[in-house]
Every structure is written in structure tokens, then in C-alpha cells.
Design a protein. Sequence first.
Lengths: 464, 483
Amino acid sequence: MQSLNKASALQTQPATEPVRRLHLPQKLRNLELFLLLIASFINAGAVVLVQLGALGELDPTLVLLGAGLSVLVISLHVVLRFVARDADPFILPIATVLNGIGIAMIYRIDIAVDDSGWESAAVRQTVWSALAIFCAIIVLLVIRNHRVLFRYTYIAGLVGVLLLFLPLVPGLGKEISGARVWISVGSFGTFQPGEIAKIALAVFFAGYLVRNRDSLSMVGKKFLGARFPRFRDLGPILVVWALSMSVIIFQRDLGTALLYFGLFLVMLYLATGRLSWVIMGMSLFLGGAVIASQTLNYVNGRFTNWLDALNPAVYDAKGGSFQLVQGLFGLAKGGLLGTGWGQGRPEITPVPQSDYIIASLGEELGLAGIFAILALYLLFVARGFRIGFAGQDDFGKLLAVGLAFVVALQCFIVIGGVTRVIPLTGLTTPFLAAGGSSLVANWIIAALLLRLSDTVRNQPRLVV
Amino acid sequence: MNRELKRVSIVVMLMFVTLLGSTSIVQAFQADNLSADPRNTRTLYDSYQVERGAILVNGEPIAQSMPADDDFKFLRTYTNPELYAPITGYIPINGEPTGLEFALNAELTGTSNSQFFDKISALVTGQDPKGAAVEVTIDPIAQQAAWDALGDYTGSVVVTEPATGRILAMVSKPGFNPNLLTVHNNAEVTASYDALLADPNDPLINRAINSLNPPGSIFKLVVTTAALESGEYTPESTFPNPSVYTAPGTTSEIENSSGAPCGAGETVTLATALRLSCNIPFAELGVELGDTAIRETAEKFGFNSNHSIPMNVSESVYPRGLDDPQTAQSAFGQFNVQATPLQMAMVSGAIANGGVVMAPNLVQEILAPNLSAIQTFEPAELGRVMSEETAATITAMMINGVQDGAASNARIDGVDVAGKTGTAQNGSTDPFTLWFTGFVPANDPQYAITVLVENGGGEGQTGFGNKLAAPVAKKVLEAVLNK
């Protein structure tokens, strides 16, 4: 009886396969929805706690804005149910909760400095978030297959470089606290095109390296156990290096230069498997940085602030370590468990809602909160790397890892700068920090990772 | 590609581990140090959340926190504010505290390590946390007498107890009212502060510990100590006695303040030179001793190092690497030799104490809210500068200086005063700096006093130490001896 049943089940399987696929419960999407609800709950809770902690009363307006955001995130989730049903279920909730915690902290600082209405950075951040999530939906709808991007390798490269240097165009660019990386977009504030450029460059690097990696990895002389490339193959790395150095010199932005160069080196290593590239690249960049620190005042200042932050002379100097040290004071004030939402004094530190949002969060949520945030980033990055491990086409693998790595590196540069691991450079903390361009860029990264993860799962696995 | 991918994952992992480590270091391991940093305004704001402890003189508060109806909960209020301002300092809502308010901030707010368990028990019992009170060593009679005696002069009086180093009086003039700087209104505080800062007489400076002046002739006590301790000189050692002296290697001339030789005779003894406070014999002695010997003695007295009472005392200076002409000048307290009144009080205190320098100290006890002592300060020796014999010899020389010499205006009937006056030049046209340092009773020293009168006491280059500073010391010493 039993064996008969089994046999009939085996027989009917091929016939029912297409039907089952249609009615297959979207386990991944359901998990995602569940996590999204938790994320929305955390976000709403954060705003409520901020209001109770800093205002002492509840103000429904911002809660409504937050609810609007949840609706948008849920619609992104619905879009995924249709166009990328096998996408990774963790990416969207992580991005949501980071974005929400960021808005809560920005809102908390608005309260401290008495900003409201359109002056309020939290309101602007919420509107930017909406726009960013909208962009993510568009990306998911338009790019149904990531291989399309492979076709536009060189266009992406060109766009990336153009975006990067857009702020240098007279009349368009805007200098904020020394760095010239913004363009002004009318009354809407400023936009940092470099943030978008990192996506374009990741696409370009992936496409270019997949096309040319043979010549970059196979040829060359062996020296000291590593194979070094021919001189004529040095072109690409020298061009990217020159690009980074010109960012340091003309845009006075150490962080962006480090970010792009780091991204290129890692993708180059992944594509060629040649450690010699990394060694060469790092020596080039370090050499450039050392020369810059000797010749460029602002770079030199960053190094002094980093190495000798607590020295009173450095602390009091113009452009000195005041901000860095105040950030450390804030973190120290937070200790292990933090002061609680709305109970600290993050507004004492300059730019507590953008470059220094991590110090503000550390003050109010403590080391425990920072660990949780770092864990979220690590998980986000790990999901990207997972796509890299599971992917079949090299372009997709490289692109996914490149995008994930750029988020990791950006976290490292910012948080490492705040906690004195490396010199402080102005970069935004992905998803958290106030800044429209950064939000748009990171949500597009999330969308691309969602798209890539869906493709990976939809295809039969050849090798793992 | 997956091999490379694995390696890059490890790198990313390491990056995050680094961040976990660095945030832990800042938030857990360095947190205490960062919170204690005086530039940390977060700690300052927090300090208002608890009732800050009082500062007491003989059990009477000179600084206390009164309940206030605003966000700060407490208003810091000073009693007899001008008199005690150099001791209490002040704690503004928008800046760094000064004085004891700064130096003992952790104790006053109840956040010092020794108060950790009190804090925990307050947390458990639900009591409002309270800071510790600080009892200072100040004697209110001495403090008031010093304030009155200094009159309208710009300057300072420091009275110490030679055997213990306890500071009994510490006056700085002109004074200021710290209550103006503690009001809970940023604009008012800033306006008061700016006005005080703009005052040409610098009332905000605690001259007793933070004003550096050339010590002039009172530095001869240090040089005399160096000479006697070298074993090569006695009070009877003689020096050539010209009316003008030119040190080797220079053409600039040194004169005695009288413009004449130091008493009659071809030669003059060390004892006479100190009694009459002559410059030329000391210049000659200084060149013979050399700058190293003088500096080493000065450093034993406390020059060239920092002291904490527990406020930070500015470092008094005897410079290094002087040539002969510079050494000659330095031997009577000129040429870049600089001292605080407290440093000179340490000099006369050490002579009074049989040659042992005591660490100066302003704090007697730190008291928990229930008045039990958390910490009691014991006298601490900084070291021996000279033998007891040398101390006795110099004391005798100083008694002569008051009875029959340049410090005659410090004479008090019925008691031996040991003293030394100083009149220091500040460049060719600026007003003199006038000094007196000494102790009473000379045979059993109870009080050591140092008087500093800056800005010539209003008399430009005509006033001198015995005329202006010695009478101040006399009045203070009479008051403390008669109490």
C-alpha cells in the first residue's frame, strides 16, 4: 500500500512540477515580511523613545512620516514578490532598520537644536529615504537581469568619472568644510554625486576586469614568489591611482579616494587572484598618502589630529581635533549600555547627524547598540559575499562582492575614523547618516544585491 | 575566484573585528579617562544632576549648592565670595570650572573612585546621589587678616604651617565675585566673564599659585642655602665690596640698591650681605657657586617642577645653562628667575621646618554626605634641602635682617620674626615687584608667610619690599599670633 503510494507520487512529480512552482509559498518573501515588520516596529519604537526621552511627550506627526516610510518599504517588498521572488530575505529588513534608526537619531538631534519643519534634517531625511526606496523599486523593475549592466561597462565607467568630478565644475560645485564633493541642487540642498559614482565604478570595474583579467593575471615575471605584471598592463591601476590622487588633491577628500581605490584593488585581486596587484596598489596609495600628508596641509592636519588628538594644542587648533575628541567624549559617555534615546548630549559634537552619527548612536545606545549596528552591517555585507560565493557568472560575482565590499569599507573608514583606528575622513555611514545622495546610492546598492541574489537562486547551481 | 573571495571575506571580517575592538576600547576601557578630561563638557553637565558637595572652612560652607527651580536643579552659591575666590574658584554652566571646583570635581560630584560604593548604595536605596564635601586647611582669621592687610595692592598673601605644609591663608587681589559666574544664564555669565577678562588687573588669576614674578632679593635665601650647604662658605665668608661690579665676560654693571658699597670695609661677609640685601656680594657668590649648584638647590626647594595643592601650581623657574653674567643676575633673583608666592612660601617654610620641604596642601579632608571622612590628607615631605644646622644658621641671619637690616618693617614687639624682603625689577621702566617672605616665631615657627605686591604697589619704581610688602606681613602675623 505504502510502496504503491510512493511509486505513484514519483510518477506524478514531473507533471505537477510547473503547477507546484506557481503555488510554491514564497517562504523567502514571507520571512522578509516578518523581518520587515520587526524592523518597522524597531523604527517606530526608536522614534517614540526619542520623543519620550527628549521631548517628554508624544508628537504624532513624525510617527506618521515614519509610517509612510514603512508603507514604501512594504511596497518594495511587494514588488520583490513579483519581480525577484527568490531575492535574499535579509537585505531589505537590514537596510530598513538602519535607515530608521538613522532617522530616529537625526530627529533626536533636531529636537536638541530646535529644528522643525523643512529645517528639520529628519524630515528631509525621511523624504530622501522615500525617494531612495523609490529609486530602488525603479532599479528592480528596470533591471530584470544584471547582465544587462555588463553591456554598459564603459558607459558606466565614463559616468562614474564624470559624476566624481562634477563638483569641480565652476558654479555647480560647492565646498563644505574644506571638501569639494557636493553639487547644489537648488533649494533641495546639496547632492554628493560621488556616492552614486561608486555604483557606476563598481559596475565598470566588474565589467572591465572580467573582460581583461587574462592579460592582467597570466603574463608577467615571477619575482620574490609573486608574479608581477608587465609594464604595459600597469595602465589600469595607474589610471585609478591617478584618479584617487586627484580626488585627494582637487576635491580634498581623503575618504572618497581611499574608498574607490580600495574597491578597485579588491575587485582586481578577486578577478586576477594576484596578490602582487594588491601589494603594488597598496604601496602606490600609501606612497601617495605619505607625500600628500607632507605637502597638503589638510591631509597633514588629519594625520596630526589622528595621532595626537588629546594634545591641547591640536585640540584648540583651527581644524584641529575638537570634533574627534568631542566624539570620543560622547562615546565614552555612552559606555556599555548608553544613556538611552534622548538622554545623552550628542549635539555637543559638531555634525552629530551626518559624519558623526555613529558617535551619537554610541552615546545613546552604548557599546551594545554599536555592536548591534556593526552586526547588521556585517550581515548585510555577508549577504553580498554569499551572492559572490554562489554566483555563476563572474561579472555578477564581482559586482555583488564589489558592492558589498564598498559598504564594508565605507563603514570601516567612517567608524574607524571616529574611533581613531585611521585618520578621520569625511564619509557617510551607509543608511544611517543624514544625506540624500548617500541614501539613494545605498538603496540602489541594496536593490542591485536583491536583483543579483534572485538571479543566483533562480539558476541551477553548477559549482559552489 | 572563490579562493580569493574567501580571503577577502577574512579581510572584511578583520575590518569589523577591528571596529568592534576600537569601539570597545573607547567606550569601555578609555571611558573613565575620557570622562575625567576637563574638556569633557558632558561630564560638567552631568555634574549638575547631583547635589554638588560643599567646600568648608572650619565646617562653615564657603561654596554650596542651593536648590534652584530650573533645569540645573542646583545653583552654586559662594559665601564671602571675593575673600575665598582663589580657593573655591567657580563652576560656570558654560565653561570649565576653576580652583577647587575644578581640581576636586570628581569628589564634589561624587564620581571619584573612592565614592563608587556610595553611588551604588544610593542607587539601591533610591536616595538622591550627593557629592562629597571638602574641608580646606584655611584658617579664617589668617585669611581675613591677609585680605585686609593687602589693602588695595595687586598681589597675594600666602600663609602656611611650616611643619605640615598646610595652607592657612591664600589671598589674591584684586578679587572677583564668583557668584557672578555661576548664574544659570549663558549671556550673563559670558558678559561677567568677558568683563573680568578685560580688566587690566586680571582678577581671575590666582596670584598665589599662578602669577610668576622675578623673586628679586628673596631668592638670596636659596643662594645662601646653596652656599652654606656646599660646605665651602659660612656666614663669615667674605666677598670684595666694590660699589660697582662687572661680572666676567660682560660690560654691564651691577649695583647694590643703595648705589654704594655694602656697608663699610674692603670686604663684606655673607651674613651682612643678606642682612642688608646687597646685590654685588651675591652676584660674586653666584658666579663662584655656578648656575648648576644654585639650580640644584632651587630644584630641591621645588623650582622647575609642578605642584598640586590639588590645584595646579605654575612651575617656578630657575633657568638652565646660564653664563657667568646671567648667573650673577640670577643670584639676586633676576634674569628670568621666576617664582610664585607659594613657591617662595615653600622656601621660607623649609627653612622654618629645619630644612625639610613639605608638600603644600589646601585640602584637609573629604567628607561623605554623612560627614564620615572619605579621605584625610596627611603632611607629606618633598625632601630635605639643607641640614638642620644650615636651617638654623639662615634663620639667625633672617632674624638679623628684620631686627637690624633691610626687612625692619616686619618687626613685631615681643617675638622674633625671621624675614627677607625683595624688590625685583621688571625691565628698565616697568614697576617693581615687591616681596616679603619669612616666619614666626623664629625659635618655634608656627606660621610662614609670603607677600607679593605686583605693579610696584602703585609706586612705580620708587616703592621697595620693606616699605610696602613687609608691613603687610607684619599685620597678618600680628593677627595670627594674637588669635
